[in-house]
Design a protein around this ligand. Structure first.
Ligand SMILES: [Zn+2]
Length: 574
């Protein structure tokens, strides 16, 4: 736990413009800075940074937040990683609280156990006992160089049942610790723990901070049914949130402006060795929405490079939805029959790979070639029309969506309107699109914005308005949060408030409201007039409710209640 006052110190020392400027090209516009939004595709900049408020907000997709949320969203850092990174930038030493958070301790233990396991696996691979596997299998058969083995920290586990358990005990990790970290299993029969991984080549999976968080184990036994087994999920490893090799590939992805997606660890490793470095793998599963969004932080173009067989094609198709939903443009690299990315890299090398990459097909053409319209009948064609129409409708950028539909309409020979009207299937999750900010009542958002922007009228507003007076539940929640902050800290600060919540929708809402611009000379007047309008709206709502109650009471013949309501309405001046 990092003490709150250290975090505050860092917040005050850091300049959001400078930090974001390291990732995006900024243009000064008045008191603000503008950039092309890194969270959605656009041609004219709607991503705005306020140096005064130390906030960013995108008017296109509604993403917003502080320098901390930016590093978390854009660079994939955790909150603590972002704080430490910024502390380093402004030379503020971090003294961690002695009161340790249990969860953090747990996480640290899993990180440590994975680090210890990594060390053990690497040692095993280099031991004389397994020299044949290193030389004959990895280097000769798979063609992997010693440098790559080192760079990827490849390792090995042999036949021992308690190899890792013994090694880890010298690092003060008990068998039970390893069990809790997913590195050991428990035998009910023998009442004892044993290593999870045996007789496997070990491929570590790193997070973006270069820490090993899990392992993929490839079997070394002939006839073993489970070719790969992976670490189970843990609080530091959620399979669908991680991309293999993104830690190494992210800079290359930014440089080349695109990412290549393969299926397996060795596809990645072989491509990397051949000099193609903007490559990641989803580790054998279809791309999840989280993985696609993670990738979309670094690029807007991806190429799928899967096996030539039908399983490979199916895997490519399963990933398409999440990729399009995340605003990525998708191409498909077609491997020659019988080959996969790994074998092409090994047998043909870099030139052939570059040729295939350059000839990547856009997704529409890939599907049309796949289905072969000349051969197949009208039903297959109809299915494809529906598939491509729906896929196009997932593209949030209107220009790109229109281009996609036009192209599909040309190739399929159907009317473009038909494609546009095909509904997006049920698998589609509305959450995944850049969210248009919800429309709220202007008086309510205005009043909240004035709390952030005009300290002079905060007390008057809090005196007169209670959270229940807001029509919108979300705005009421925000009002309570602001009131709480004011009560405890004596000031209202959007940045601090944002960093206490973890819900992206709410963060965007706060930033949008806090970022609203007010003319300095009018602001007191605006505050009073908003307060008046707010009260008036509230009165109207009460009256409306009373009138409805009156109608109901009269309809029910409840004379007494109707009289009471009438009296109340009179009191309200009606
Ligand atoms: Zn945006």
């Amino acid at each position: 736990m990092i003490p709150q006052d250290t975090i505050e110190q860092i917040r005050q020392a850091v300049d959001i413009v400078q930090i974001i400027g390291e990732y995006l090209k900024l243009k000064k516009r008045g008191s603000r800075y503008l950039a092309l939004c890194p969270f959605h595709t656009e041609k004219t900049p709607s991503f705005s940074i306020s140096s005064e408020k130390q906030l960013y907000y995108c008017f296109g997709c509604g993403k917003g937040g502080t320098v901390f949320t930016f590093l978390m969203e854009h660079e994939g850092m955790s909150y603590v990683e972002a704080i430490k990174y910024l502390a380093g930038k402004v030379n503020i030493p971090i003294k961690e609280d002695s009161t340790t958070d249990f969860k953090r301790e747990q996480n640290e233990k899993i990180y440590f156990a994975n680090q210890v396991a990594l060390e053990y696996f690497k040692k095993q691979l280099l031991s004389s006992k397994y020299k044949h596997i290193l030389n004959d299998y990895l280097i000769k058969k798979r063609g992997i160089t010693k440098e790559i083995i080192e760079e990827y920290s490849l390792g090995l586990v042999g036949e021992e049942w308690e190899g890792l358990i013994k090694f880890a005990s010298s690092k003060d990790l008990s068998p039970k610790d390893l069990f809790e970290c997913g590195l050991a299993l428990y035998s009910e029969k023998n009442k004892s723990y044993f290593d999870r991984f045996r007789q496997r080549l070990m491929i570590p999976i790193f997070n973006l901070s270069q820490k090993p968080i899990a392992f993929g184990g490839r079997t070394l036994k002939k006839g073993e049914p489970a070719k790969y087994i992976n670490s189970p999920e843990s609080s530091i490893y959620i399979k669908g949130n991680v991309l293999f090799n993104l830690n190494l590939a992210k800079d290359h992805i930014k440089q080349t402006g695109s990412a290549i997606i393969t299926e397996g660890y060795f596809d990645v490793i072989s491509l990397w060795q051949a000099g193609i470095k903007n490559v990641v793998a989803s580790s054998g599963t279809a791309f999840t929405m989280q993985q696609a969004r993670l990738l979309a932080r670094f690029t807007d173009k991806v190429s799928l490079f899967f096996d030539a067989d039908s399983a490979g094609r199916k895997a490519a198709l399963r990933s398409i939805d999440s990729l399009y939903d995340s605003g990525l443009e998708v191409k498909v690299i077609i491997a020659p029959p019988g080959e996969d990315p790994d074998s092409i890299a090994r047998d043909y090398g870099r030139d052939k790979l570059n040729e295939l990459i350059e000839n990547a097909m856009n997704f529409i053409n890939f599907r049309i070639q796949d289905v072969d319209l000349r051969e197949s009948g009208i039903i297959a064609r109809e299915k494809l029309v529906k598939e491509l129409g729906a896929l196009g409708n997932k593209i949030s950028d209107p220009t790109r969506r229109s281009l996609f539909h036009t192209e599909a309409s040309n190739v399929l020979g159907v009317d473009v309107e038909l494609l546009r009207n095909i509904p997006v299937e049920t698998s589609y999750s509305p959450e995944s699109k850049p969210q248009r900010p919800k429309q709220f009542n202007k008086v309510e958002t205005g009043l909240l914005s004035l709390l952030f922007n005009n300290p002079g009228t905060i007390d008057i507003i809090f005196e007169q308005i209670s959270p229940d007076d807001f029509e919108s539940r979300e705005l009421s929640r925000l009002y309570s949060a602001i009131a709480n902050q004011y009560k405890t800290a004596g000031v209202v600060n959007a940045g601090v408030l944002i960093d206490t919540v973890r819900d992206q929708g709410f963060i965007s809402l706060i930033t949008k409201i806090a970022s609203e611009e007010w003319e300095a000379e009018d602001i007191d007047h605006e505050a009073h007039s908003h307060l008046k309008m707010f009260q008036k709206k509230k009165q109207e709502r009460i009256r409306e409710k009373l009138k409805q109650d009156l109608v109901r009471a009269e309809a029910e013949g409840n004379v007494k209640e109707a009289e009471n309501i009438l009296a109340e309405l009179k009191k309200q001046g009606l």
